[in-house]
Design a protein around this ligand. Structure first.
Ligand code: FAD
Length: 433
């Protein structure tokens, strides 16, 4: 790096004014190159990318971090099922990027459209290019094709699996649904974002129906034969919604019993399994998932549609100096959750900073806790601590953890519901604060 004299400082500051601080077509502005030793570009500012951006800056302020995020606001999926069930406002789920800017992160609200892993640059929809030394890709999930479920169909049968307008739409449809109609949910095959999420949603919708449309019920058509926290969910459903009786508010059809949906018709609001067809005015399709489009287009995915990574650093196994964290990564052993994404972001941030400073990468551990609500006063959780073991590098190893007790007094379930909200406030402060 050349020495910063008074003369070239004046030259550099005038060039900042000329090119602006955001887009650096073909590379950083000279003043940025002068002030920063390294450039990290991050695609996607959700639970994974936003945290990585902040923690890289906190660990090493000589790194210029540019976060490319397509939306001006982020709507959190965690706790968005409460919005669907009508007891939380979507605005409580809405977050902005000013906190990250306060940490010196350059935030660019554009869609990344191309990664050039050889030329080490990212192009956005408007044609701006951003050069990087290290690139971090964290765009969340994409959806796999389901016959009949095109873009237009998502507006009639919302997935609400990316929080925001879809969440609000599903809540409206539930409210408008006739008493007696079923709320049909199509649940995805593994692996997918938030393994307990569909069943939390089914529970909270059942809570709403019990109160407002007692002749209706939730029908879950599932591709799987078992799901996360199975005993805790079904136990709670028995207690709260008569699960297993003729009057149950929730009916779950597993894949082995014909639950797998093969196509949908949004015009007639019908979903088809191999044996039957089901109609309703309120249908929630949660399609099968894969890594999001930009990760696929960047050549970061394997045959299964996810991004293979070195679990010690989250560096891609397919492209050097490119890292993938959050739901897009194939992080064997870790769930696709916001908390795991947060943990991966910190491990990856530490690995990138170590690499840029020619230091040894620390051996990481990772955490996850995931709360689910069966009613506004009934919470359950799963928690685990994991460690990287160099002798078993292809899967992170769980070293501790546990589930809520299967039998517990009401006050314990209520406490877990309170912990859920406090978990949310803490992780959001960590992510965007
Ligand atoms: P995201 O949070 O989806 O962030 C990806 C970001 O990338 C987005 O902001 C997107 O706009 C941006 N992006 C994508 N492509 C581009 C592009 N080309 N250019 C620019 N920007 C781009 N997890 C928990 O831990 N606890 C919970 O209680 C919980 N509840 C959930 C409930 C529901 C209903 C759902 C659906 C999920 C829940 N999750 C929960 C899971 C959690 O939301 C995800 O695991 C988490 O969001 C993953 O983080 P991510 O950063 O990988 O993806």
């Amino acid at each position: 790096m050349s020495k910063l004299t008074r003369r070239n400082f004046v030259k550099l500051t005038s060039s900042v004014a000329a090119v602006g601080l955001t887009a650096c077509a073909g590379g950083p502005s000279p003043s940025i190159a002068g002030n920063y030793k390294h450039r990290v570009v991050i695609i996607g500012g959700g639970y994974a990318g936003a945290v990585a951006a902040k923690y890289i800056r906190m660990a090493d302020s000589s790194v210029k971090v540019t976060l490319i995020e397509q939306n001006k606001h982020y709507y959190s999926c965690p706790l968005s099922n409460w919005v669907v069930a009508g007891f939380r406002d979507i605005n409580v789920q809405k977050w902005g990027y000013d906190g990250l800017k306060g940490h010196g992160v350059e935030v660019v609200h554009e869609k990344a459209t191309k990664v050039d892993a050889v030329g080490k640059k990212v192009t956005t929809a408007s044609g701006n290019t951003f050069k990087y030394d290290q690139l971090l890709v964290s765009p969340g999930v994409g959806f796999r094709d389901l016959e009949g479920y095109d873009e237009a169909a998502t507006h009639k049968m919302p997935h609400a699996w990316k929080a925001g307008p879809q969440t609000v739409q599903l809540a409206k449809q539930l409210k408008a649904m006739k008493n007696g109609d079923p709320f049909i949910m199509v649940a995805p095959p593994n692996p997918f974002r938030c393994p307990p999420g569909p069943y939390e949603r089914a529970s909270l919708v059942a809570h709403y129906l019990k109160k407002h449309k007692p002749r209706s019920k939730v029908l879950i058509l599932d591709a799987k034969d078992k799901f996360s926290k199975f005993g805790l969910f079904t136990g709670g459903w028995k207690q709260l919604y008569g699960y297993g009786t003729a009057n149950s508010m929730i009916e779950w059809v597993p894949g082995g019993e014909g639950g797998k949906v093969s196509r949908v018709d949004a015009n007639s609001m019908t979903v088809y399994t191999e044996m039957e067809e089901f109609k309703s005015s309120c249908i929630n399709i949660i399609p099968a998932q894969k890594a999001n489009k930009i990760a696929v287009d960047a050549g970061l995915t394997n045959k299964k549609g996810w991004c293979p990574v070195n679990l010690k650093t989250f560096e891609s196994k397919l492209h050097k100096d490119v890292y993938v964290i959050g739901d897009s990564s194939a992080a064997a052993g870790l769930p696709k959750s916001g908390y795991a994404a947060n943990s991966e972001a910190k491990v990856c941030a530490a690995a990138i900073v170590a690499k840029l400073n020619h230091k040894a990468v620390p051996t990481p551990s990772y955490v996850n806790t995931c709360y689910s609500m069966l009613s506004p006063d009934y919470g359950i959780s799963v928690a685990a601590v994991y460690k990287f073991d160099a002798a078993k590098p292809n899967k992170v190893q769980k070293i501790a953890g546990g589930l809520s007790p299967s039998k517990a007094p009401d006050y314990v379930r209520k406490q877990e519901a309170l912990y859920n909200e406090s978990w949310y406030q803490s992780i959001m402060a960590d992510t965007f604060g």
